[in-house]
Design a protein around this ligand. Sequence first.
Ligand code: NDP
Length: 451
Amino acid sequence: MTFDYDLFVIGAGSGGVRLARMSASYGARVGIAEEEDIGGTCVLRGCIPKKLLVYASHYPHEVDDAKGFGWTFGDGVLDWPALIAAKDREIGRLSGLYVNLLKQSGVDLHAGRATLVDARTVEVGARRFTARHIAIATGSRPVLPPLPGIEHAITSREALSLPALPKRIAVIGGGYIAVEFAGIFNGVGSRVELFYRGAQILRGFDDDVRDFLAGEMTKQGIAIHTGAAIDAIERAADGTLALRVGDAHAGPFDAVLFATGRVPNVEGIGLEAAGVALDARGAIAVDAYSATSAESVHAIGDVTSRPQLTPVATRDAGLLAITLFGGRRVAADHEWVPSAVFSQPEVATVGLTEARARDVHGALDIYRTSFKALRHTLSGRDERTLMKLVVARDSQRVVGAHMVGRDAGEIVQGIAIAIRAGATKAQFDDTIGIHPTAAEEFVTMRQKVAD
Ligand code: NDP
């Protein structure tokens, strides 16, 4: 049987674009469909615009710090619409770059929503295409709990493009997105209250990291309410919003941002028609080769239950291109995936938390340090840095590294290479530090935390 394409990709986000381009580089005839702009969550409404706003929110702190170094600046004024417009220009440029890269790779771009007619046929608008392989890379979207008044809430998507800066904002949730946006809005001058239903923010991260970050965020003026499950959002006659939390009320707020997780985009794309099964989470079930229950259909990225991280999606996309067209089957590997939370201060982590490492490895050696970074000896800012190494006692292998502090993501990226390569604590100790940096603490921690 002949097909219109060797591969048809549904969804042109980071994963889908990488898969399409790499497959084309192997000589495959590739089509890709996208119903929105090209770029997906990361480029258009996630990592990139978020990080640009994080940068913007750092400036007031930097100006404050500068006083300790002898500088005097006048009062700063943020032109929020100008910031959003600058951010949108950059996002537009990146999206255009993706379009050009796809075209230069010889990939056919089909604008519109694609649905599966069967396991080898895709429909985009009025057109049908057959393909030897189909890949689903439709990503995920924010989910809102069904509460009274939830229509007044915004998600991260709207928060990145608010026409005016809210003076007071409530952030609901305690995950990556909640703490990142709490930091952004606090930095640009909004009054921020974070409401989390559990006992401590960032569930799943190392407990020391969670406590430390909560302490630092509180010092910066963010009010963190734990054990605070929201029952309703109420809108007052003056347009302001209030939260009902049990018997108590909180507010008024100008915006209420829900960052309560993301769900895979699986609806209305014809998965049943193609025989593609879902897992218990409602995501597309895949094996280590990104294969679904339908032989000719694969899935990558946030539409699966793999870590919802762009570098995971792009890596898996590359591996899938090799498997389909590169003459070699390569399985995905999600061990030692580092990640950063762009909170203020930043969190970065690779490997196991202390609690998880205890389950896996038994006895541990824990090394932990917290200190005031050199710049803050003059800046006067009351901010501390935390670093922690989790070492399996028997093998002396470093199985986890955690940091809260400036540039944590930049620092832990390098540490992740060592940990993935199986470095022992002695090899960390043998490594000469770069002085004076915060990062050098990772190779100079000698004192074990008492058992
Ligand atoms: P997360 O799953 O990380 O966090 C969701 C938060 O919302 C948790 O604190 C959760 O509480 C809480 N929650 C869930 N449901 C409800 C509810 N019904 N009512 C109240 N609270 C609720 O999701 P995010 O939305 O923060 O981010 C989604 C994913 O995107 C992340 O997990 C991450 O993989 C990715 N991401 C990565 C970033 C990065 O790499 N820097 C940045 C942003 C996102 P509980 O802990 O009790 O379950």
